[in-house]
Write a protein that binds this ligand. Structure first.
Ligand code: NCD
Length: 306
């Protein structure tokens, strides 16, 4: 059964199709309001979430479907020791499609291998988060008109930031992009992403600890939160959490058409004064995420029926 575990599961043509559907949904929402009538989405969230879970649920309701699920591991049989594999088999008896978030890397793949309905990875540990990438891609498309010839800075926790890993994977398939990796030494992009993606695809990248020295180069600045829940000790978190705080002052050197992105939640890495700056795109990403999840649910349910 097809699903979406890693953004590379989809070809660039399939991503283009999703963007096209999402744009059509934005233009003609009424045409889609009954497309999933009688269908159920199960949201299995073993980790906290606001945007991802609620945008999946809103997406399904706007398609005329229904939603079941749980929003914390403790309210499911996982608290009694049930495996992800057994949960996936069980939910396949109740629903038509699953969106799952889990703290362990690879958990969504295990679910997919055991479910008889499509499984969508809504974040697996520090590994990847392909549906945030769908939201990011639609945002980049609407802001920049395409995915090539861009200078993109990723700033903050590049080690545990799963949204960064997935977006780098997606962008690596387009031409002439240049990546700036801005992080403290302890939170650098994992070498498996660097070697398997950036080096393999011959993408020019610069690694630095200093945001201000590169901010003027960038077309997109993708800020991230330091991922407290993935740290082994609180001391390291406290030492690193305020490494980068984006302020209007720092933006003085930035391009006038910079797009400032962030998957959210924000802790304090973007000063709230920037929310009114025309370059801030992070709440646009939130809305785009709902449309792309609508397009994704439609695609996977259509394929499952074939
Ligand atoms: C991200 C995540 O869960 O990885 N949030 C989201 O889904 N928009 C980023 C984060 O938690 O920092």
């Amino acid at each position: 059964m097809k699903g979406l575990i890693d953004i590379l599961d989809f070809s660039t043509e399939e991503l283009d199709e999703l963007i096209e559907t999402a744009c059509d949904i934005i233009e003609n929402p009424a045409d889609y309001s009954e497309k999933c009538k009688g269908k159920k989405l199960a949201t299995l969230f073993y980790e906290p979430s606001t945007r991802t879970r609620l945008s999946f649920e809103a997406a399904m309701y706007e398609l005329g479907g229904n939603v079941i699920g749980f929003s914390e591991a403790n309210s499911s049989s996982s608290a009694k020791g049930e495996s992800v594999a057994d949960t996936a088999k069980t939910i396949s008896c109740y629903a038509d499609i699953i969106a799952m978030r889990h703290p362990k890397e690879g958990a969504a793949l295990v679910a997919k291998n055991n479910a008889s309905i499509p499984v969508i990875n809504a974040g697996d540990g520090g590994h990847c988060h392909p549906t945030q990438t769908l939201a990011d891609l639609l945002t980049i498309y609407r802001e920049k008109g395409g995915f090539s010839g861009l200078k993109i800075g990723f700033c903050g926790d590049l080690k545990f930031g799963r949204t960064v890993h997935s977006l780098i994977n997606a962008l690596s398939r387009y031409e002439d992009n240049e990546v700036y990796l801005i992080s403290p030494d302890e939170l650098k992009l994992p070498s498996y992403v660097k070697k398997d993606v950036l080096v393999k695809q011959n993408i020019k990248y610069t690694q630095t600890t200093d945001l201000e020295s590169v901010i003027g180069e960038l077309d997109i600045l993708y800020m991230t939160r330091v991922q407290r829940e993935r740290f082994f000790n609180e001391e390291d978190y406290l030492r690193l959490k305020d490494s980068y705080i984006l302020t209007e002052k720092k933006l003085e050197k930035a391009k006038a058409d910079l797009s400032i992105m962030h998957p959210l939640p924000r802790v304090n890495e973007i000063s709230v004064e920037i929310d009114n700056d025309s370059r801030a795109c992070y709440f646009k990403q939130v809305l785009n995420g709902k449309y792309m999840r609508m397009a994704l649910i439609l695609k996977l349910l259509e394929e499952a029926e074939k």
